[in-house]
Ligand binder design. Structure first.
Ligand code: MEV
Length: 417
């Protein structure tokens, strides 16, 4: 079916077919060529789904200032990140470094023979396998990347017949999923050619990239944390902040929410720049469990009178290829960031995650998050109730010192008519 036929068919099952069809069409791009680009991203596309695209200004990162695009629907996330960026702008900004950029792929296979035989055969095969895929890695090698290494591993004691080629790659400014999967599938074919006893199970990149790592931190002298808006002495603030970090390392329930706050920032940048937030999240959560227990990803150190808050995590990102060059707003986001390399984008995204986490913990241990949230929540309620500009002002004044609920706002609106 064509897109219109699909819409006609589907809308028949809904209350008011004409109205539903119009609603879907309302969100089509006016420029049909542009719409075609979106339609072709995925299958069975009916329309586009809007999310707010905002910016976090004033990210001072490694002495350079960025205005960071963020795509997120949750109220207060951009405001909180912007607030933290401003706070640290006056205290030296964020420092960040990329520690490593290695990507991973696996060819899983089964081998019913002797383990020692396979390992000695692999010593002979390794060079041949690597040579066979050279034509596929040519362009990437010219860019400074390619296939780094290939090792044979047993997959685990649960099934001794399962082995894998564990392959490492450097993909430069590309996230590299297509490149990696193409090379892995070629390696799988070559492996079977080398020995018919091998049965390939699957060949696929791994989204767990613990060696594609970035570290960001903010640091200042304890006395420089003083901020009248905190409503706490800096000693008390640091004490509670430190306890909050400890809890995130001790308790999975808290760690999950703590890391969710980090991903509020990271995902928003990932989405704005056309990267894969599912890959980044699954990797981040696996990394958070690397010691056998799921923990908060950030760390606080208090040494020599200094407050140092840091975040080290894997981020596998690209600034060329894929959606980054197809989605018009992803392209614009990269332009807004000054056409960063993948490494620079890793540092930007991790800084936003760190700042977001700082903002969340700061509010949680001081005023609580509802204060900031409720302002935006009120706005959403007023929009839902189609309130006029004048009503917005009156309701905001009325609720400035009250607890907000949908019912109370609706009832108050009724009283002012
Ligand atoms: C809300 O989206 C995120 C927070 O819950 C994060 C946190 O608790 O650290 C505020």
């Amino acid at each position: 079916m064509s897109k219109l036929e699909k819409l006609d068919y589907l809308s028949k099952f809904l209350g008011d077919p004409e109205k539903i069809k119009e609603r879907f069409k309302d969100f089509w791009h006016q420029d049909l060529d542009q719409q075609k680009v979106f339609d072709d991203f995925s299958e069975n596309t009916l329309t586009n789904y809007f999310f707010p695209y905002g910016v976090m200004p004033n990210l001072l990162l490694n002495n350079k200032t960025y205005c960071v695009p963020m795509v997120i629907e949750e109220s207060s996330v951009v405001a909180a990140a912007a607030n933290a960026a401003n706070f640290w702008l006056k205290r030296g900004g964020v420092k960040s470094e990329v520690i490593s950029t290695q990507k991973v792929g696996q060819v899983h296979f089964s081998w019913q023979g002797e383990k020692d035989e396979l390992f000695s055969l692999f010593k002979i095969w390794k060079r041949e396998l690597m040579d066979k895929v050279l034509p596929l890695t040519h362009t990437m090698r010219n860019r400074g990347g390619g296939l780094l290494d290939l090792i044979l591993k047993e997959t685990g004691p649960e099934d001794p017949s399962l082995y894998q080629l564990f392959v490492t790659f450097e993909t430069c400014d590309a996230m590299g999923a297509n490149f990696i999967n193409t090379v892995l599938e070629a390696l799988a074919r070559e492996l079977v050619n080398l020995n018919k006893q091998i049965e390939i199970i699957m060949a696929i990149l791994s989204n767990y990239t613990p060696n594609c790592l970035v570290r960001s931190f903010v640091e200042c002298r304890v006395e420089d944390l003083v901020d009248p808006k905190l409503g706490l002495s800096s000693e008390k603030f640091i004490y509670k902040f430190n306890q909050a970090l400890k809890i995130s390392h001790m308790d999975t329930y808290r760690a999950t929410t703590h890391n969710k706050g980090i991903f509020n920032g990271i995902d928003a940048v990932i989405l704005a720049t056309g990267n894969d937030f599912r890959a980044v999240e699954s990797c981040g959560h696996a990394y958070a469990s690397r010691e056998g227990r799921y923990k908060g990803l950030s760390e606080l150190s208090l040494k020599d009178g200094k407050f140092k808050f840091s975040l080290e995590m894997p981020l596998s990102l690209g600034t060329v290829g894929g959606l980054t060059s197809l989605h018009p707003l992803a392209k614009t986001s990269l332009e807004l960031l000054g056409h960063p390399s993948a490494k620079e984008l890793m540092m930007i995204a991790s800084s936003v995650g760190l700042l977001q986490n700082f903002a969340a913990i700061k509010s949680l241990v001081t005023s609580g998050i509802q204060k900031g949230h409720m302002k935006m929540h009120l706005l959403n309620i007023l929009n839902q109730l189609d309130a006029t500009e004048e009503e917005h002002e009156r309701v905001k004044n009325h609720f400035c010192d009250k607890v907000i609920s949908f019912k109370d706002v609706r009832d108050y609106l009724r009283t002012i008519h």
